[in-house]
Design a protein around this ligand. Structure first.
Ligand SMILES: [Zn+2]
Length: 268
């Protein structure tokens, strides 16, 4: 994907002074706007020195209450803040309104994770909502846990979701998994093997894991009546147990009382 762009570099052709870059490459390059060399370290994460004190304090609160076992599984991450996060065809542009030809593309995102660069970037307005910041931080952190679970655990979560589909379980624990679930349902049998559909299913499984992980990690801070928690109580309890099993972390025996909650979720 990235090698194509170098074909015209060094050319003297005046009409094309710069190599053409794909939308994905242009989007990825905008991460440079918030990258930083070093910042304050909190629990294996570094906070951008360009954050305000209030932003640093808000993130520190959510990081400190994470169970130690979860922190130990995360890679070293850098957390940064952007004034604006825009998306175009699933590519995120930092501090730039993305353009595709003459069209200005939009969509306001709360946060984005760069898995291989180990960055999480938050849109600054998110800091106005204390618990939403925690919910979204935890969701993003789960994106870094997912690839480290290994195939057997990922497969077991996938099997659990297949079971839910078979039983017609409705609802989810976040919008990221909900819209993918809706799309999968709208297109018929979940086990069909079309290429695009398989990718959508894979994305769904990952987003569902992240929404569920965030739900579990919020514990006592969770807003029971959050509009994105639409999964039934029984399914929430099953998911809670699956996530504990997959993590191999029994949240009830975790030393941090204010970490993940100590009992299956109650009705909302
Ligand atoms: Zn996600």
């Amino acid at each position: 994907m990235s090698s194509r762009a170098s074909s015209t570099s060094g050319s003297r052709n005046r009409r094309r002074p710069r190599p053409r870059r794909t939308l994905a490459q242009r989007a990825k390059a905008t991460l440079a706007r918030v990258r930083f060399a070093s910042g304050e370290r909190i629990g294996g994460m570094e906070l951008s020195p360009r954050m305000t004190r209030a932003q640093q304090r808000a993130l520190t609160f959510w990081i400190r209450r994470l169970p130690d076992d979860i922190v130990a599984r995360l890679p070293r991450l850098k957390l940064a803040v952007a004034n604006r996060l825009g998306s175009a065809q699933a590519h995120v542009f930092i501090n730039e309104a993305p353009q595709d030809g003459n069209r200005l593309l939009g969509n306001h995102l709360h946060a984005v994770s760069y898995i291989s660069q180990r960055y999480v970037v938050f849109q600054r307005d998110l800091f106005r909502q204390r618990v939403e910041l925690g919910r979204i931080l935890y969701h993003e952190l789960c994106h870094f846990l997912w690839p480290r679970l290994g195939n057997p655990r990922r497969r077991s979560y996938q099997a659990a979701l297949r079971e839910e589909f078979r039983h017609g379980t409705r609802g989810e624990l976040g919008y990221s998994s909900q819209w993918r679930k809706d799309e999968l349902r709208a297109n018929g049998d979940v086990s069909r093997r079309g290429g695009g559909r398989r990718a959508l299913w894979r994305d769904y499984v990952c987003e569902s894991f992240c929404d569920t992980g965030s739900f579990v990690l919020l514990g006592s801070e969770r807003r029971a009546k959050h509009s994105e928690y639409t999964l039934s109580l029984a399914a929430r309890q099953r998911r809670h147990r699956w996530v504990e099993l997959i993590w191999g972390v029994e949240t009830s025996s975790n030393g941090k009382r204010n970490g993940a909650e100590s009992a299956p979720p109650t009705a909302s």
